[in-house]
Design a protein around this ligand. Sequence first.
Ligand code: HSE
Length: 408
Amino acid sequence: MIYTAIMGHGVVGSGVAEILLGHNSLINQKIKDEIDVKYILDLRDFDGLPYSDKFIKDFEIIANDDEVKIVVEVMGGVNPAYDFVKRCLMAGKSVVTSNKELVAAKGAELLAIANEKNVNFLFEASVGGGIPILRPIAQCLAANEITEIKGILNGTTNYILNKMIVDNMDFDSALSLAQEMGFAEKNPAADIEGHDACRKVCILASLAFGKHVYPEQVKTEGITNITLTDVEYADSFGCAIKLIGSAKKLDNGKITATVKPMLVSRSHILSDVDGVFNAIMVTGDAVGDVMFYGKGAGKMPTASAVVADVIDCAKHLHARKYVDWSEGSTDYVVCPDEKVRLYVYIQSDNYDMICQQFTTLFSDNTWHIKNDFKKEIAFITNEDYESTLMEKINSIKADTVKVMHTLF
Ligand code: HSE
């Protein structure tokens, strides 16, 4: 018998309990042993469930029970999850988590402890919800040097942007709907300000490139400034606005890592990823581009990935799995000046002047739309170094100047 414990009985935790207890015979068949949930840790009371007798409120019970070999951490946040996970690993228990905040902040340290104790620390559900992505990068693409990862990593923002594009819904109404549907994080700021996607970029980049990337090293911008006007102009330019997380390996061994809203050409496969779905493109030197697509949020898709990790731990109780990376360093993530095309939106009551500035700086041949009635211009620059383009854009004197990157 292999005993597990689940720490946290929120959206994901309850899904994990349902699958582990509901699919018990299927899982037992797969691991060729019997698995059971011995404890569920949560400070709240959950009466009337078929497994209500398993609830405890004291973490020490799990830490001190040598029979518990696998612990699932689905509480979220860094504290007290970090302390609990560390103690479980130190006590020789394998740990499975969906907690991207924890892995993005402390992954290298926790992996090193797991290594030392010869147990597993697995977190497939921390990126892309139910989409298999970490295991494929570490195992199926192991023969490749990964050069780039980019994608839509946050279901809530993709859902909001999609509602704005398809249903002409404003940002606040679309956010409320996402919260009602249970996609958004407890604090929606983590989604809409890009922190959730940033944490996922950290995990992907750390795994793909072998060195920890910390959240503060990723230049992060969310979608709170995106308006229906931007969405409409993007559409006129044949693009959809998407929140794109990306990490790229440079020739000098350093990497770039960003999260930002971008205008994605309708001819790019990522522009078709709608609703709560996530899609992650991985580029390897041998395989080329591969894409992973599926439900990036929600109770059962995320629980599906968590339970798969539990099964993997159960099958490898005395063997370490593939995942590892080393601690990061301050000069590892850089922001080089690269050639880009930018979307620019300018509005001013002094419309004649901005039209003239636009013509002088960018020429009338630039792909543009003028709205004489609203006194605004939107355009997409030709490709040039970002610093050169930004110098020109910064010299424009207007009431509103908004800039976004493009992905063609
Ligand atoms: N709030 C996250 C999202 C949940 O919307 O993608 C999954 O990480």
